[in-house]
Design a protein around this ligand. Structure first.
Ligand code: GAL
Length: 432
């Protein structure tokens, strides 16, 4: 059993997690007690490889902290749309879970401002996490010198997943990425003429935003995009206009009947390689879905960076928090200990398709990951890193919600007007 010696967050007391008699209480140096008998964990990992990844973490926790009972409170909905809504209501009503999934970066800035979250700096020191995670990641997690969440993994968002069967129809080599968005659009037109009615697979507004952010990166370059996210760019500049026009054009190749779907059903044709869909832009949580369908990378499907984003790693990380007033704060610490441990990160990420957030894996430990994951690890260490909007790294929740609802929702429901969409994004960006 692993012992936690110092208490994170809550008044930096010292604590050890021990199983004692009938109960399991974490004792603090001041004599206070924290309930470590269970941990209620809110995520949106309710199905497929995401659920399996969570189960892998639960297994490691049972080994490391056998007296803490794991309670999943997963709320379905990829990207966390539904989970985040429920959470906001629960946090406002002072009824927090013991820990909840969030994205590293700006997404939780309002929760921090509202005083919903404990500062975990003490736990970082105790578990030596400042050295375990890459410096870049620690910087993205730090707000006014404090850290409020612990990452379980890193995902890359700017990946195009390509169906071989569809590209074969148009005689396009699926292993080669087009040089830029313009030539990619030309391929979509070719595909359409070859009988692939809707070459581009796109789901609901989370996935529309995900696609749009990668087009912005392609058309603006990593620095231009990041400046825009940091509030230093101009939402009315020519490159932004170009990106919104490209987005509109690409959305014309998407099946309108899928625009309310989650990522997996929306890209079924790519996953099944049935020739009905050619491409989708999706994070690298997709390989386990291909595995489940018996499809092989390099044979049935291919993956390359979104055209024009070669050398850029569009970053996001899932991260877990300790809400103020968590009923089982000792359980929360046990959970944060497990998800940040090497064992937890290896078990979870091998199943989930993501990269361990820890940067201190040995060569032998890295060898356990898939070829795709190894290549993503290399990209993460060499590429220019930018923050994903759709997955909370770049902007506060309020802003992305406004972009989705006021911008993308109205765009697809009505006029497909790129100019209006761009104006709305400029407005949403001010919702700070
Ligand atoms: C992201 C999350 C990933 C994955 C994906 C699809 O927001 O960071 O871990 O779960 O949504 O649900």
């Amino acid at each position: 059993m692993r012992k936690l010696v110092a208490l994170a967050g809550v008044a930096a007391l010292s604590l050890s997690l021990t199983a004692c008699g009938g109960g399991n209480e974490a004792k603090t140096s001041s004599g206070g007690k924290e309930d470590a008998s269970q941990v209620d964990v809110v995520t949106w990992w309710s199905a497929g490889s995401e659920k399996e990844g969570l189960a892998a973490l639960q297994k490691v926790m049972q080994k490391q902290h056998p007296d803490t009972k794991f309670q999943s409170q997963a709320v379905s909905g990829g990207g966390g749309d539904q989970a985040k809504q429920k959470l906001q209501a629960d946090l406002a009503a002072k009824n927090p879970p013991d820990t909840y999934q969030a994205h590293a970066g700006a997404e939780i800035s309002e929760d921090i401002k509202a005083g919903y979250l404990e500062d975990l700096s003490g736990l970082y020191d105790e578990l030596k996490l400042r050295d375990a995670f890459p410096k870049d990641l620690i910087e993205r997690l730090t707000v006014d010198g404090k850290i409020y969440s612990v990452p379980s993994n890193i995902h890359r968002a700017n990946v195009t997943w390509v169906s071989k069967a569809a590209l074969d129809k148009a005689g396009i080599d699926p292993s080669k990425a087009p040089a830029n968005i313009e030539s990619w659009i030309a391929d979509m037109e070719k595909l359409k003429k070859s009988g692939v009615k809707y070459p581009m697979a796109v789901g609901n507004s989370t996935w529309q935003l995900h696609l749009l952010e990668t087009i912005l990166i392609a058309d603006m370059g990593a620095d231009g995009y990041q400046a825009l996210m940091d509030g230093k760019g101009d939402w009315h500049s020519a490159n932004v206009t170009k990106a919104f026009e490209h987005y509109k054009k690409i959305m014309e190749y998407a099946d309108p009947s899928l625009l309310n779907e989650d990522w997996e059903p929306a890209m079924k044709g790519v996953i099944n390689n049935d020739g009905s869909q050619a491409y989708t832009v999706m994070g690298d949580w997709t390989p386990p879905a291909f595995d489940a369908a018996g499809k092989k990378m390099g044979k049935d499907y291919f993956a390359w960076p979104v055209p024009g984003t070669e050398g850029v790693f569009d970053f996001l990380a899932d991260s877990f928090t300790m809400p103020v007033g968590a009923k089982h704060a000792g359980g929360t610490k046990a959970w944060l200990d497990t998800i940040s441990s090497k064992e937890g990160q290896i078990a979870f990420n091998s199943v989930k398709g993501s990269l361990p957030a820890r940067a201190d894996l040995s060569e032998d430990e890295k060898a356990k990951f898939s070829d795709y994951q190894k290549s993503a690890m290399k990209s993460f260490s060499e590429d220019k890193i930018v923050s994903s909007v759709a997955h909370g790294a770049a902007l506060p929740l309020k802003v992305t919600e406004s972009m989705k609802k006021e911008g993308l929702g109205k765009f697809t429901a009505g006029n497909f007007d790129a100019k209006q969409l761009q104006e709305q994004f400029a407005k949403s960006a001010e919702t700070k």
